[in-house]
Design a protein around this ligand. Structure first.
Ligand code: C2E
Ligand code: MG
Ligand code: MG
Ligand code: MG
Length: 271
């Protein structure tokens, strides 16, 4: 460690940086063994039709419960896994586990699985999806893969080819966290998305704030024009649901409708 020379102010930050790097490495090392130790699991969050309340699907959400660390949120460990490549085996585990579980559920329910940008551009993705569907027997039409715009922006042409190929399998594609990234209308127009997931941050204030409501309304109009179904994420209050219903939003997801839980708790499969 550098001496704390008053002329080299950087030295003052070094101990803290050491700590951050050490912590990230320790987290990565723990995550690596978490899979083998069975510390990973999947929770599912219900997706419903807003007009009728009918359940049509579930989104798989990765959970890591470490004996030492407790519940580690995906927002913390997924970026680490993306950084060191661990997201590839991790993402494989998620897809295989989620498809195997969903194959045993009522066939009326769809399954949504999140894909990291690293996974999306990985050359084996197509084969992984194809083989996972074959192995688990899940009907391709029941699987929806969720991408974020970060996955697309790096190389639009290649991204479009990947999306097209995957869609040829009969799998659908959703654009997750819409409104938080680049959200260009051009992306919507050039990609054959089946669904737009409007980010939960837009729910804040739609009951009271007319700007927030206007944004939601315009995304819904965009969806209708482009014939893409819009799902509102992060619905927490009855009033938000009411506003969305009034605006003709097709689908919704959020703590108000259902919190993510294990498939046994949700009655999707026997305990
Ligand atoms: P996401 O895909 O946008 O998932 C929605 C997140 O919002 C989930 O957080 C969910 O628990 C949370 N949520 C749902 N309803 C509400 C609500 O009404 N209010 C609030 N405040 N939050 C709500 P979670 O499970 O912590 O996941 C965070 C993010 O981590 C996900 O965002 C996704 O980007 C990523 N993630 C989770 N599982 C996976 C996975 O298996 N693979 C990849 N690549 N990413 C994952
Ligand atoms: Mg998602
Ligand atoms: Mg989202
Ligand atoms: Mg997200």
């Amino acid at each position: 460690r550098a001496k704390a020379d008053p002329l080299r102010t950087v030295a003052y930050y070094e101990p803290a940086m050491d700590e951050t790097v050490r912590e990230a490495r320790a987290l990565a090392a723990d995550l690596k063994t978490a899979m083998e130790k069975g510390e990973l699991s999947l929770h599912y969050q219900v997706q419903t039709a807003i007009a009728t309340g009918e359940v049509f699907g579930y989104e798989a959400l990765l959970r890591w419960t470490s004996p030492e660390r407790g519940d580690v949120p995906p927002a913390l460990f997924i970026p680490v896994a993306e950084e060191n490549g661990l997201i590839i085996p991790l993402g494989e585990w998620v897809l295989q586990t989620a498809c195997a579980q969903a194959a045993s559920w009522d066939a009326a329910y769809k399954l949504a699985v999140n894909l990291s940008p690293v996974q999306f551009f990985h050359p084996d993705l197509y084969r992984l999806v194809k083989e996972t569907l074959e192995k688990t027997g899940l009907a391709p039409a029941r699987l929806e893969l969720e991408l974020t715009e970060t996955s697309i922006i790096d190389d639009k042409q290649r991204a479009l080819e990947i999306v097209r190929r995957i869609k040829e399998l009969g799998v659908s594609i959703a654009l997750d966290d819409f409104g938080t990234g680049y959200s260009s209308i051009d992306t919507l127009r050039s990609f054959p998305f089946d669904r737009i997931k409007l980010d939960g941050s837009f729910m804040q204030g739609i009951e009271t704030n007319s700007d927030a409501a206007a944004i939601v309304r315009s995304v819904l109009a965009l969806g209708r024009t482009m014939n893409i179904s819009v799902l509102a994420e992060g619905i927490e209050t009855p009033r938000q649901l009411e506003v969305l219903r009034g605006e003709g939003c097709v689908a919704g997801q959020g703590f108000l409708i259902g919190r993510p839980a294990c498939p046994e708790t949700l009655g999707l499969q026997p305990a």
